[in-house]
Design a protein around this ligand. Structure first.
Ligand SMILES: Nc1nc2c(c(=O)[nH]1)N[C@H]1C(S)=C(S)[C@@H](COP(=O)(O)O)O[C@H]1N2
Ligand SMILES: [Mo]
Length: 204
């Protein structure tokens, strides 16, 4: 079956029989996709601010962030430009562990990720409370390279990779949804690769 953009809506399989979202091809490569330059971040000045609809705003420095419980997980990475890398080992702090620090208010239903360089992306709180969503400082057992979002990036395996914000420095809790950088420029607000939600004019 083809959708209105002429793409197949079928789920594919890779050579190991793993499922691949429709319209994606599998690669072992990890291309860099950034809008703008890689920001220069001094780790001694690095800050991560949790704010918005929370009971107490929290700002963490690099040492405090690394003292939080650490989790390693294997996850898929699906780029809207049609490549998928199925084997990524990320290490960092689960969103749900950050949530324990933040005490969001009952009205908080959405989050906005903020980044060095000004990039933003939005997600429903329910989606980021999945047990595979984390803030990662390591990839394939090595410190995350600056071009891939180091020192810290967000990772949301079940959404297209533009939701996996690089160089994060802020997590905002919001009552109402608000589109982020690519979402205002025509990318789909939800961005589920399994439903092929690439652009805001896609059928879903
Ligand atoms: N801060 C920031 N995060 C970002 C981007 C960006 O331009 N700036 N690009 C996004 C897009 S479109 C993709 S596909 C992934 C790519 O991550 P990678 O460069 O590590 O492959 O990062 C996402 N996170
Ligand atoms: Mo992307």
């Amino acid at each position: 079956m083809l959708n209105k953009l002429g793409r197949t809506t079928e789920i594919n399989q890779d050579i190991e029989g793993r499922e691949v979202p429709p319209g994606q091809f599998v690669t072992d490569k990890f291309p860099v996709l950034s809008y703008g330059p890689t920001p220069e971040i001094d780790i001694n000045e690095w800050k991560f601010r949790i704010f918005g609809l929370v009971d107490g705003e929290v700002t963490l420095d690099w040492k405090q962030f690394n003292e939080l419980p650490q989790t390693t997980l294997d996850a898929e990475f699906h780029c809207v430009t049609q490549w998928s890398n199925l084997h990524n080992t990320w290490e960092g702090v689960l969103f749900n562990d950050i949530l324990k620090l933040a005490q969001p208010k009952a009205e908080a239903k959405f989050v906005m990720l903020h980044c060095y360089g000004g990039y933003t992306t939005n997600l429903p709180l329910e989606i980021v409370q999945d047990d595979d969503v984390l803030f990662a400082h390591s990839h394939q057992e090595k410190p995350l390279e600056p071009k891939h979002g180091g020192p810290l990036r967000f990772v949301v395996p079940k959404r297209y990779a533009w939701k996996s914000a690089k160089w994060v420095n802020g997590l905002e809790f919001m009552a109402e949804d608000k589109p982020g950088f690519w979402e205002v420029r025509g990318y789909h607000n939800a961005g589920d690769p399994w439903k092929e939600e690439r652009f805001s004019d896609d059928l879903t």
